[in-house]
Every structure is written in structure tokens, then in C-alpha cells.
Design a protein around this ligand. Structure first.
Ligand SMILES: [Zn+2]
Length: 143
């Protein structure tokens, strides 16, 4: 699967965890997963073998949110990594945001984002070819 515009958020994640360890953030602040995010993790998440960095008692799940600028429906839905692999070759360009979620304590953080799917041609202004049309003002009352 082709990935473009990859952004890694592990630096920000580490900073949040450091602030928690130093007491500059509370556990309530960083473990604020809403019910819908925990549900997304349960039904559309990919389990990992990584322990939650906050509670250490549960494994984190990865939730992939997809956003298509030109999609009429489906933007903002949670998908599994496998679904994204299947979508990428047959779907117009979309962004994927991968969120790490602990269903135990509610820890959640964005891990990475990227763009995949069928690349759209860049939006360019159409150039006029040939001579410009004659500059004739037409008064609608004359028609
Ligand atoms: Zn946890």
C-alpha cells in the first residue's frame, strides 16, 4: 500500500507521557477516551501486544480513522488496518489517522497519519489555450 505524507507523532506521545510522569499532567487529562473511541477500538480496532504506557494492565488497540476530502459518505469512520489495505487500491485518495487506545484506563494518543488511495491530480487552474475570446460586452437588453 502506497503511503504519502507520513507524519509520525511518537515524539508528541513521548512528551505527553513524560509530562504525566513529571506530574505536569493528570491521568484524567491523558486517559480521556470517550465511549465512542473505546467502542471503535473494540469493534474496529487492531489489537497489539503492546502494554498500555499508562496503566500497564491492558494492551492497546490501534484505531484507524479514515477521511476522504471528496467522499460523500464514510468520512471519519473507523476501519481496521486490513480494511484500509483493501480500500487503498480502489478508493480515491484519503487520509488515515492511527490512534492508540487503551480500553482499560482510557489512554489514547495519535500515533501517525498518512495519505493513501488513488492519487488525485493536483488542483490546477485551467489554462486557456489559443487566443483569448474577444472582449465583447453584450447587453442582455439587445438580445
Ligand atoms: Zn491503560
Amino acid at each position: 500500500m502506497q503511503q504519502r505524507g507520513f507524519i509520525d507523532y511518537t515524539f508528541q506521545r513521548r512528551a505527553v507521557l513524560r509530562e504525566l510522569a513529571e506530574g505536569r499532567r493528570t491521568r484524567d487529562e491523558v486517559c480521556d477516551a470517550q465511549a465512542y473511541l473505546k467502542q471503535a477500538a473494540a469493534y474496529h480496532g487492531d489489537p497489539t501486544d503492546r502494554d498500555c504506557p499508562v496503566c500497564g494492565r491492558h494492551r492497546v488497540d490501534l484505531v484507524h480513522y479514515v477521511f476522504g476530502d471528496r467522499w460523500k459518505i464514510g468520512s471519519g469512520q473507523a476501519k481496521t488496518a486490513r480494511q484500509i489495505m483493501e480500500m487503498a487500491p480502489i478508493t480515491s485518495e484519503f487520509s488515515v489517522y492511527v490512534v492508540e487506545v487503551c480500553r482499560g484506563c482510557g489512554w489514547n494518543h495519535l500515533l501517525e497519519s498518512f495519505v493513501t488511495g488513488i492519487e488525485l491530480p493536483p488542483r490546477t487552474r485551467k489554462r486557456r489555450r489559443g487566443p483569448a475570446p474577444p472582449d465583447v460586452a453584450v447587453d442582455l437588453n439587445d438580445l
